[in-house]
Design a protein around this ligand. Structure first.
Ligand code: ADP
Ligand code: MG
Length: 349
């Protein structure tokens, strides 16, 4: 057995995912003029021709990112693509091509892999992207999926995490917390099934939450809406790790603070009811749950009238001086400093 004799060994869980990325990449400086934006945003930006290209990649590991006991393979294929497309939309750009790499153990049949690819194909169809390559390998046990995406947009339309200015409005699409509520339902049913495999649960009342978890969509429609309303957000990020974590990312990159109003955060009534059933605060699900794949962005106040009554968009706060930090303001006016408790790969939980 290998024994570690190095007393200065740092545990990854003491670092957290974002600190690890910062640590590993801090000494890589961009050398090529064609590398316009490197590590640190939802997608990287490179430019070889007239328009810049957006590139992003994501890794999905069985047992870490998905559980096949309740994730149908077709949904897994679909979701693997969606999470990548979402990172390109988060730059106000359109995804065009994907590469898919897959490692499978002999536990999987051809029919099983085919199901994954049916999901991938459906996502390609729904979002008008082309599968242009990838890689295939065996794995010792589980399933690993890695997806990369390429997208494009005219340079003047690119939106980064950096760019929010004081007094800009903070806006979110759709509603939050649903994917986390759905996960609670699925975990509970898995536990019930393990005890009593013949149970036939009626999950219909949870269908919205379960769908948010198993079949998320990327908000292409919001990018189309920006075009239609002639709005270019000043900063943007997609919500993969929970609202708190994403607000802090915008804050750090843009060097502004935020005021976030608790009672403005959009939560579907079904999500609230489901959370209460699990004795969870729906607000916690929205702030820390993640996997909603909604877009969080800032816009100049002059655009207020264009979006104020839009059914898919909610103004949840505004940018402030960085000195104020990020504050969540309760219905009673109390201010609480926002902390990220979103999902981080290595954190102690
Ligand atoms: P997202 O949640 O939007 O997918 P991540 O949190 O995974 O973003 O990554 C944040 C940034 O760090 C991105 O720019 C990503 O490309 C970069 N990144 C993540 N992991 C690595 C790595 N191992 N090496 C280099 N860059 C990385
Ligand atoms: Mg992202």
């Amino acid at each position: 057995m290998l024994e570690d004799k190095n007393p200065s060994k740092t545990e990854l869980r003491d670092l957290g995912e974002f600190s690890l990325i910062d640590y590993l990449t801090k000494d890589f400086k961009l050398k090529n003029d064609s590398s316009l934006l490197g590590v640190g945003d939802d997608s990287a930006i490179v430019k070889h021709g007239k328009n810049p290209s957006l590139i992003s990649t994501d890794l999905l590991i069985e047992g870490i990112h998905f559980d096949l006991s309740y994730m149908p393979l077709k949904h897994l294929g679909y979701k693997a693509i969606i999470v990548n497309l979402s990172d390109v939309y988060a730059m106000n750009a359109y995804p065009k091509q994907i590469l898919v790499s897959i490692a499978v153990s002999n536990r999987f049949s051809l029919e099983a892999i085919d199901e994954i690819y049916k999901g991938i194909q459906l996502a390609c169809k729904n979002y008008n992207v082309d599968l242009i390559g990838g890689d295939t390998s065996t794995s010792v046990t589980g399933l690993i999926l890695s997806v990369s995406v390429l997208g494009t947009v005219p340079k003047n339309k690119i939106v980064k995490r950096k760019g929010a200015r004081e007094n800009d409005l903070l806006v979110v699409s759709g509603d939050l917390g649903g994917a986390f509520a759905g996960l609670q339902v699925l975990e509970r049913e898995k536990a019930v099934f393990n005890v009593n495999p013949s149970s036939q649960p009626d999950l219909s009342k949870y269908s919205y939450c379960i769908e948010r978890q198993l079949k998320p969509e990327a908000r292409k429609d919001i990018i189309d809406l920006f075009e239609e309303l002639e709005i270019i957000p000043t900063s943007m990020i997609d919500i993969s790790d929970g609202l708190s974590s994403e607000v802090l990312h915008l804050s750090k990159a843009s060097e502004v603070g935020f005021h976030l109003f608790e009672d403005k955060i959009p939560i579907d009534p079904i999500v609230s009811i489901t959370c209460e059933e699990f004795k969870l605060n729906p607000l916690t699900a929205a702030l820390n749950g993640g996997e909603d794949y909604e877009l969080l962005f800032t816009i100049n106040q002059k655009n207020f009238n264009k979006i104020k009554d839009h059914p898919y968009l909610t103004i949840i706060g505004h940018a402030t001086d960085i000195k104020n930090g990020c504050q969540i303001i309760s219905g009673l006016g109390q201010q609480i400093e926002l902390t990220a408790q979103g999902w981080e790969s290595f954190s102690k939980k």
